[in-house]
Write a protein that binds this ligand. Structure first.
Ligand code: FAD
Ligand code: NDP
Length: 580
């Protein structure tokens, strides 16, 4: 092929016989490939796993029609990878822009409502690509009066303060380790006010930095609340209530979400994550209601600072995540001191005479200084005037969009306010950049949302990518799945006397019949987020368990534990590691 079509075809040869795992897989794969076709000799040519081409002659003929006459090579049309399942999916997401409208008719080529992770990324990218862009961002204070600056949830009330508070809690743990490493340190009480003050100042510097970036990139920043009047017109309202309208050829909705309030009697007494990072005084004894990312992360750092912290769990921890790992996250949190009230929801909150909050649930009641509602989020779309353009939302206010395109040709939506979208900052950013490129330089492929790694920054971090064991078993059946796993102790925990051994755990979920292709990777350990991050790309490109085993690790690290796995869960043996 390379001789016939120089510069157009790049081939890759995999010597199947030389790889143990392939040897077993090959006869089965050939059987499968044959399908119903009367064709038993090799080669058997397929494109993208599904389009049967034929044998050698058929394939050469196919190749001639595909690349003959200077046509583009296969990389533009079909993904080419090591094999079908490893190929990169290149779907088309060409935009259907409102053909009636022309850019010169409007105040702006693009107006973006919402200056969070997605909106900022889209605005900067579009402006760099030559578009005339305005970005509206306005923060409606929380019901408890907390407000903040430009940058959205992540910067002000999400990832950034959360990770810094998490690190502050870990710093306390390191100080407890310090005497065993020879340091003469005494751990004093945590100073909440100092932490809040320092984090707030850092966030202010980020808010300022975003304004500077927008100015440098030529984006018009408007600190105004936006709503839709029609498919090309946005009403803006500033903090003094002054109304104006601006028009745009295209509009991106990137308004994110806000915490869902607690819906029981007295629910308004509870604060949300919007308030948590700005409390002027220490939260004290705290009840966290909810059992997902926000609840477990906040409860973990509060426990780390020494506050009496309880988590009220309605059903399970971390719905949607691997449930064995979720239970282990809970166990690790309990070991660090977090309490759990299981199978309960608050029925009533009431103020006590001394200004505290009594919380009642079916089986009991207790008094807390602070109640944090972490019961999910609602998209911030209720006052967006979506009805004026005929757009509907689902029960949590989210907008339907296919590859960011709504049902209105000139209106797009990205980030947390989109139905079915992962609520993560890097996802919102990538959606914003991708959409701007599709709008202004004719990019056609959408964001590849496969194998996105994520981490829960609980007392012990949980990082994962790909399928949970539960989801893999459900999708492929129990017999098709193997899991390799181990408990382990990070080296840095071996010297401090207070650390418990073998609390950390990792497992890799593989599909037996597909060359032990890795479907999911899970890690509960310090720095799990850092470690799991890079595996996202390996999963995307079809890493097998053998590939993982053959990776020469870095010693001594937590990351190497993932390439040293040998114990299959099906053996039923304890997977406890000792020594190097
Ligand atoms: P947002 O960042 O929410 O931005 C929307 C912006 O639009 C806001 O500034 C809002 O004020 C503004 N706005 C809304 N309506 C209007 C209007 N009508 N006019 C003008 N402006 C408007 N993700 C991670 O990847 N890692 C983490 O560790 C992480 N931690 C988190 C911790 C917490 C406590 C929370 C709550 C979230 C966390 N997330 C994390 C999720 C992440 O913050 C979101 O996925 C991300 O911010 C979504 O970006 P976005 O652009 O869709 O919306
Ligand atoms: P989620 O929607 O993920 O979870 C909501 C939690 O609240 C669930 O445990 C749910 O329980 C519980 N719940 C819902 N309603 C009630 C109720 N009435 N009473 C008691 N419990 C209730 O929301 P989060 O706010 O935790 O997270 C929102 C998103 O933000 C996440 O999906 C994530 O994408 C993002 N995020 C990411 C982080 C990261 O990357 N590290 C950190 C924080 C947030 P049940 O399971 O029973 O429904």
């Amino acid at each position: 092929l390379e001789l016939l079509f120089p510069d157009q075809v790049e081939t890759e040869i995999i010597e199947l016989e030389s790889r143990k795992a392939y040897k077993a897989w090959l006869p089965k794969a050939l059987e499968k490939l044959k399908g119903g076709e009367d064709h038993t000799s090799s080669p058997i040519a397929y494109v993208d796993d599904s389009e049967y081409i034929g044998g050698c002659d058929d394939f050469l003929e196919y190749a001639r029609t595909q690349f003959g006459g200077g046509a583009a090579g296969p990389r533009n049309g079909h993904g080419v990878g090591n094999n079908g399942s490893r190929s990169k999916v290149v779907a088309s997401a060409k935009l259907s822009i409102d053909a009636e409208s022309k850019s010169g008719e409007f105040d702006y080529d693009l107006v973006i409502i919402g200056g969070g992770s997605g909106g900022l990324a889209a605005s900067k990218e579009a402006s760099e690509l030559g578009a005339k862009v305005a970005l509206l961002d306005f923060v409606v204070p929380s019901p408890h009066g907390t407000k903040w600056g430009l940058g959205g949830t992540c910067v002000n009330v999400g990832c950034i303060p959360k990770k810094l508070f998490h690190h502050a809690a870990l710093t306390g743990e390191f100080m407890q380790d310090a005497p065993d490493f020879g340091w003469d340190v005494q751990v004093g009480a945590h100073n909440w006010e100092k932490l809040v003050d320092n984090v707030r100042n850092y966030i202010k510097s980020l808010n300022f930095g975003y304004k500077v970036q927008l100015r440098e990139k030529g984006v018009k920043y408007l600190n105004k609340l936006g709503s839709l009047i029609d498919a090309h017109t946005v009403k803006t309202v500033d903090k003094k209530g002054k109304e104006e309208t601006i028009s745009a050829q295209r509009i991106i909705i990137a308004v994110g979400g806000r915490p869902r309030p607690l819906d029981c009697e007295g629910g308004e007494l509870a604060i949300s994550s919007d308030d948590m990072f700005y409390l002027d005084s220490a939260p004290g004894k705290t009840l966290v209601v909810g059992a997902s990312y926000v609840a477990l992360e906040c409860a973990s750092f509060l426990t780390g600072f020494g506050y009496d912290t309880s988590v009220m769990v309605r059903s399970i921890l971390l719905r949607g995540f691997d449930q064995q790992m979720a239970d282990k996250v809970g166990e690790a949190m309990e070991k660090l001191g977090t309490k759990f009230i299981r199978g309960a929801v608050p029925r009533k909150l009431e103020k006590t005479d001394d200004g505290r909050i009594r919380v009642h649930w079916d089986e009991g009641s207790d008094v807390f200084d602070t109640v944090l509602a972490a019961v999910g989020r609602l998209a911030d779309t209720s006052k967006l005037g979506l009805e004026n353009v005929g757009l509907k939302t689902n029960h949590v206010g989210k907008i339907k969009a296919t590859h960011s395109q709504t049902e209105v040709p000139s209106i797009f939506a990205i980030g947390d306010c989109v139905e079915g979208m992962l609520e993560l900052t890097p996802v919102a950013i990538e959606l914003g950049r991708n959409l701007a490129q599709r709008m202004f330089v004719g990019r056609e492929d959408p964001v590849d949302l496969r194998s996105i790694p994520t981490a829960v920054f609980a007392g012990l971090e949980y990082g994962c990518v790909g399928l949970s064991e539960d989801a893999a078993r459900e999708e492929y059946g129990d017999d098709a799945i193997e899991v390799y796993h181990t408990h382990f102790t990070p080296l840095q925990w071996t010297v401090p006397h207070h650390r418990e051994y073998n609390v950390c755990y990792t497992k890799v979920v593989v599909l037996k019949d597909d060359d032990e292709r890795v479907l999911g990777m899970h890690l509960l350990s310090p720095e799990a987020g850092e470690v799991i991050q890079a595996y996202g790309i390996s999963l995307k490109y079809g890493m097998t368990f053998e590939d993982l085993r053959e990776l020469v690790g870095i010693h001594p690290t937590i990351g190497e534990e993932l390439c040293l796995l040998t114990e299959p869960k099906s053996s039923g043996k304890d997977a406890i590691k000792s020594g190097c």
